[in-house]
Design a protein around this ligand. Structure first.
Ligand SMILES: [Zn+2]
Ligand SMILES: [Zn+2]
Length: 176
């Protein structure tokens, strides 16, 4: 997302853009939907205070049943752009601050947007809070119905069988 500083009006400027994941160099397998950005920039001639809401979807694998599903990602981003050259003592450590230069005409917010998406990437992946997982005996997906082991599965065992990871399960499924 390029912000053209010279086209900003004094006061509030509404921003909205839809960007294809490949234009942000996001993995095309994980990100198939456009990244939708909405928000505003408050501009006063030498400083832009930008607040954005970033929304997209990602394709992930459920930790419990190992099925693919799509999860929404929403991130808030605040960036301040100063029409100043980078100060000599700047260590680049100040989050959300961009020095556009005294004669700057635009800033590219791509890196900030990608970082906000990755920070909000889901760590806990459940296709639903009620996901029943898979049967530890026959590996059928219990969300699709009970299997013949219905009486043998303890309530606590409906996550992963002990010592077996989802990778093991997938491997076994392929060997069948
Ligand atoms: Zn699931
Ligand atoms: Zn079963």
């Amino acid at each position: 997302m390029k912000l053209h500083l010279i086209t900003l009006r004094e006061g509030r400027n509404l921003l909205s853009e839809s960007i294809l994941p490949e234009r942000l160099d996001l993995d095309g397998e994980l990100f198939q939907d456009a990244v939708v950005i909405t928000g505003h920039a408050d501009w006063n001639g030498d400083h832009a205070d930008i607040r954005l809401k970033i929304e997209t979807k990602t394709s992930v694998v459920c930790d419990r049943c190992a099925e693919d599903y799509v999860q929404a990602i929403a991130a808030d981003l605040r960036v301040q752009v100063l029409m100043q050259n980078v100060p000599e003592d700047d260590d680049g450590e100040q989050e959300g601050l961009i020095f556009a230069g005294k004669q700057g005409t635009h800033v590219d917010l791509k890196d900030e947007i990608v970082e906000a998406i990755l920070i909000n990437y889901p760590l806990k992946r459940l296709c639903s809070e009620e996901c029943k997982g898979f049967c530890p005996h026959c590996y059928s997906n219990l969300n699709e119905g009970d299997c013949e082991h219905v009486g043998q599965i303890e309530a606590s065992a409906n996550v992963e069988p002990r010592g077996e990871t989802i990778a093991d399960k997938l491997q076994r499924k392929q060997q069948q």
